[in-house]
Design a protein around this ligand. Structure first.
Ligand SMILES: Cc1ncc(COP(=O)(O)O)c(C=O)c1O
Length: 368
């Protein structure tokens, strides 16, 4: 059996160091928001290339708190995409604002900047922010999105849950918008052994507000200056993440090498292979092909013991909780709906060995 993803493999690859880091925390006696979290915040912010990192409980909370920190109001709209994890959209409502969902570029599966321009030209109300999602490991078109948002007075909150370490131009994804949200869910390129997330920003005032928002609105202990939540990162997860951060670039290089091997092995088949955006790097959180015969292909691969996944089978605007009640972009969401019918994520993780990849390729060459 070849799984589609393998978070346990990531633990085993660094087992001795991770076990030692966990033991250090357990023996240290400080379990929440302590020295490990502070060090991870410094190290991860420096890695992304911004001054501030604020550790929180999940990627969803990172988005919610980022939106609250920039000051979205209940009547405000926040533009994002529908072809994404439901969290990207759920976070907008959890922050008290209204999602406006626009379509994606079919080749990269990320926000269509031309559609953003049309949406900003005919807004249903005040658009407070734009949330580009760097899906599957590839940055959205920030060269186009950032100036459009700025021209319309909207802040940019990058959803970096799937793009740890990717480059957008010369800079890391997460360093170009006003603020960025990362998830450390175990399967992510930088994954904890439980839930976790981080907000990063170059803006000192935003960082200070985020630190208050994640812990009861406190600036000073037991004094709630603003209405906050409990969204803290714990010391065990931070210690694990510090170990794994040391391997992130090597892991991403391995993911890129595996993706290149898939590209070579699958060339010429009736499958669309992942497109690379010029001027950006792709860290292959997922290797996603598309096929109109996706469901049959997935079943046949499963019968041969090859795990795949569908990210995501139903766009957010068609999910039962959201269907028919969210604002959508001027051209509709046809590309998002088509992507949901055709995408297939193949096995991809740093510990996938060359022989297993060759098996997946051989199976696809017979079946696709
Ligand atoms: C694009 C995207 N945004 C947000 C999230 C939310 O992260 P978390 O699961 O850590 O809350 C995820 C991960 O599930 C994601 O893939």
């Amino acid at each position: 059996m070849i799984p589609q993803t393998d978070p346990k493999g990531g633990y085993l690859a660094q087992r001795a160091e991770i076990d030692a880091a966990i033991a250090r925390v357990l023996e240290g006696g400080h379990y929440i928001l302590g020295p490990e979290v502070a060090a991870l915040e410094r190290e991860f912010a420096a890695y992304i290339g911004v001054r501030h990192g604020v550790g929180v409980a999940s990627g969803t909370d990172a988005l919610v708190l980022a939106l609250k920190a920039i000051g979205v109001e209940p009547a405000d709209y926040v533009v994002t995409v529908s072809h994404t994890a439901v969290a990207s959209v759920a976070a907008i409502e959890l922050a008290g604002a209204r999602p406006l969902l626009i379509d994606i570029e079919p080749r990269t599966f990320t926000m269509d900047a031309a559609e953003l321009e049309r949406a900003l030209a005919a807004p249903p109300g005040r658009i407070a922010a734009v949330v580009p999602v760097h899906l599957y490991g590839q940055p959205a078109d920030l060269d186009a999105i950032l100036p459009l948002a700025r021209r319309h007075g909207a802040r940019v909150v990058e959803d970096c849950a799937q793009s740890h370490g990717a480059l957008s131009g010369e800079n890391r994804a997460g360093s170009r918008g006003d603020v960025a949200a990362f998830s450390f869910y175990p399967t992510k390129n930088l994954g904890a052994l439980g839930d976790g997330g981080m907000v990063v920003t170059a803006d000192e005032a935003l960082a200070e507000r985020l630190r208050a928002l994640r812990e009861y609105g406190w600036r000073e202990r037991y004094v709630s200056d603003i209405a906050g939540a409990n969204s803290r990162l714990d010391e065990v997860q931070a210690a694990v993440l510090r170990v794994k951060l040391g391997r992130l670039d090597a892991d991403n290089a391995r993911r890129a090498a595996l993706a290149a091997a898939y590209d070579r092995g699958l060339a010429g088949l009736a499958l669309d292979l992942p497109a690379r955006r010029a001027g950006a790097s792709h860290v292959f959180h997922q290797y996603v092909v598309r096929s109109p015969a996706r469901d049959a292909l997935r079943d046949r691969l499963a019968r041969r013991g090859i795990g795949t996944n569908i990210h995501y089978p139903l766009p957010v605007h068609l999910q039962p909780a959201y269907r028919g009640r969210l604002a959508t972009g001027p051209s509709g969401l046809g590309e998002s709906e088509r992507a949901a019918r055709e995408v297939l994520s193949l096995p991809l993780y740093p510990e996938l060995d060359d022989g297993a990849l060759a098996e997946v390729v051989a199976a696809l060459r017979k079946l696709a």
